[in-house]
Design a protein around this ligand. Structure first.
Ligand code: NAD
Ligand code: IPM
Ligand code: MN
Length: 360
């Protein structure tokens, strides 16, 4: 029996609802494949602020660090929106990423054929789309200094953030992306704003230099505005995309929508060593929280990514992914991916149907 210590961070909003489903799925999969999960749940985000005053208590971070993998749901909500950045729930998530040095965020956006009608784009446009966004996660404008809101001499306030990348930060995310592209179709598109930003010029230069080490990968470059447009115009031109923290945040939400719903998209946040954090691309969806409406599949597929990339259990990961396809083939849908003729279920009921499929 393989044994793994998993730290669970349910967080806020729909977080606990979708986490319940993912944990039940893991328990079933564990039995089936002889894997024993030791779960411990710790607070993060708004839930942690309410309990301890901090969005990522030191104890939560330590417990994450001492586990084999971390499964995170989502953080944030209206209640905490007026706090200053560092004290907000989002600050807890950023501190987790920084604390575990999770510089590489893998966000796959792959069309599931059963869901092709759920996309807001034409079938011909999204058919066959299979994109991997490799987002730099611990640098860029999210972490650059100086930052803050300062008073000027005239008494006016001035808000400041700084976009910073060092060559070594660019190279380490670049290597992850080149290696991923090598294993996929061999096409890598680096997205930047090198026509305006100095930091992007360095980004482009560094990616271009790195390309010499990966002769089997065809590197191209796009400005981020054009990349956003191209993602909607002709998404199947992309295979692997590598980009900085902010551009990657925005482009991965756009890529999510190609697949029908952000409620379907998982992600893996990885460092050079230590446990990874596996989390949906979406947030805490406060508009539907507590109503049993959330799509739990991004969370479930994040658990599958945890098995694949964090715990080296590809067979168990495959089984989860196949079972997700199976319930979609059977026409079962949450509201966000609903289309005519399908059967609409709540979060819990989709989870139960999935568990049944896993046991078949
Ligand atoms: P969001 O992703 O939470 O929601 C955007 C829209 O998508 C909403 O209409 C929501 O109902 C819908 N949606 C999201 N996930 C869904 C799911 N699983 N099933 C069905 N519908 C789903 O983004 P937002 O509204 O901009 O942000 C809400 C809060 O979440 C904010 O506090 C934000 O900072 C936070 N957030 C957290 C994370 C994270 O924890 N990783 C990511 C993004 C946003
Ligand atoms: C995400 C989220 C986070 C980000 C926020 C909540 C800090 O949008 O994981 O995509 O911007 O990285
Ligand atoms: Mn985001």
């Amino acid at each position: 029996t393989q044994q793994f210590r998993i730290t669970l961070l349910p967080g806020d909003g729909i977080g606990p609802e979708i986490m319940n489903v993912a944990v039940d799925v893991l328990k079933v999969v564990g039995k089936k494949f002889d894997i024993e999960f030791h779960f411990q749940e710790v607070p993060i985000g708004g839930a942690a602020i309410d309990l301890t005053g901090e969005p990522l208590p030191q104890e939560s971070l330590e417990k994450c660090r001492n586990s084999d993998a971390v499964l995170l749901a989502a953080i944030g909500g209206y209640k905490w929106d007026s706090l200053p950045p560092a004290q907000r729930p989002e600050g807890g998530l950023l501190a987790l990423r920084a604390g575990l040095e999770l510089f590489a965020n893998l966000r796959p956006a792959k069309i599931i054929p059963e869901l092709i009608d759920a996309s807001t784009l034409k079938k011909e446009v999204v058919e066959g789309v299979d994109i991997l966004v490799v987002r730099e996660l611990t640098g860029g404008i999210y972490f650059g200094k100086p930052r803050g809101v300062f008073a000027t001499e005239t008494g006016e306030k001035r808000g400041v953030n700084t976009m910073v990348y060092t060559e070594s930060e660019i190279n380490r995310i670049g290597r992850v992306a080149f290696e991923a592209a090598q294993k996929r179709s061999g096409k890598l598109c680096s997205v930047d704003k090198a026509n305006v930003l100095d930091v992007s010029q360095l980004w482009r230069e560094s990616m271009t230099k790195l390309a010499a080490e990966y002769p089997s990968v065809e590197l191209s470059h796009l400005y981020v505005d054009n990349a956003a447009m191209q993602l909607l115009r002709a998404p199947s031109q992309f295979d692997t995309i590598v980009t900085g923290n902010l551009f990657g945040d925005i482009l991965s939400d756009a890529a999510a929508m190609l697949t029908g719903s952000i409620g379907m998209l998982p992600s893996a946040s990885l460092g050079a060593t230590g446990p990874g954090v596996f989390e949906p691309v979406h947030g805490s969806a406060p508009d539907i929280a507590g109503q049993d409406k959330a799509n739990p599949l991004a969370q479930v597929l994040s658990a599958a990514m945890m098995l694949r990339y964090g715990l080296n259990q590809p067979t168990a990961a495959d089984h989860i992914e196949k079972s997700v396809s199976l319930i979609l083939q059977r026409g079962l849908r949450t509201g966000d991916i609903m289309s005519p003729g399908m059967k609409q279920l709540g979060c819990r009921a989709i989870g139960d149907a999935l568990i049944q499929a896993l046991e078949e």
